[in-house]
Ligand binder design. Structure first.
Ligand code: HEC
Length: 192
């Protein structure tokens, strides 16, 4: 009985310390925090949850050129700034992210097709990895996964195309600033 009581006290103390750390703002939340136990717990939790989420998921990730090409278009628009690609650097902001968006042709290729599909569809909360299921159909997500699968085997030609597409995207976004400038220029009319 004394033993059980001791365990109970220890559990209550541990819970109390955890609540104290969280409620007094002492959980290190800055993106610049050096790697610590929070990352270790989070990485394990994420991996286990992806495995569980994708278990029993029936998905076929296509491998034909048309699917890969459709997937590439989505990728350039939705993923490239964070993840980059072989031969294409991620955007500057991605350097300050924690966790860092992983190389798309790297370790994450160890996931099976269903797991990659699940991650793209559902995202990973509190990491910056969006859930694309909110605005993409399953077939589109399968195409994106097809391109992700293809990235370790990009030909030099494909890398060049991708780099060109990436810089085109930049111009596209610069162009989007123009309507705002016009609006500003039109302002004097309101004062007439
Ligand atoms: C705003 C930045 C951002 C965008 C945009 C983004 N990702 Fe991610 N992605 C991340 C981050 C950060 C992680 C790492 C999450 C972690 O370590 O828990 C990640 C992880 C992943 C993973 C691996 C999951 C794991 O266990 O680490 C895959 C696969 C992935 N992203 C694919 C994509 C694809 C495909 C797209 C586009 C459709 C995309 N991401 C768009 C930030 C982003």
């Amino acid at each position: 009985m004394k033993f059980l009581l001791a365990i109970l006290v220890v559990l209550l103390l541990a819970g109390g310390v955890a609540a104290f750390v969280v409620k007094t703002g002492r959980l290190p939340i800055a993106a610049t925090t050096p790697p610590d136990f929070v990352d270790r717990v989070a990485v394990t939790a994420k991996f286990k949850a992806v495995v569980r989420g994708a278990a029993g998921l029936q998905v076929t990730v296509p491998a034909d050129a048309a699917s890969v090409s459709r997937g590439r278009e989505h990728y350039v628009e939705n993923c490239l700034p964070c993840h980059g690609a072989p031969g294409v650097k991620p955007a500057e902001f991605a350097e300050g992210m924690n966790p860092k968006p992983p190389d798309i042709d790297g370790q994450l290729q160890n996931y099976n097709d269903a797991q990659i599909f699940w991650v793209i569809k559902n995202g990973i909360r509190a990491t910056g990895m969006p859930g694309f299921g909110v605005n993409h159909k399953d077939e589109e997500i399968a195409d994106i996964a097809a391109f992700v699968r293809h990235t370790p085997r990009l030909t030099p030609e494909e890398r060049k195309d991708l780099a060109a597409a990436a810089s085109h995207e930049d111009h596209h976004h610069e162009g989007e600033g123009q309507p705002a400038a016009e609006e500003h220029g039109a302002e004097p009319h309101h004062h007439h």
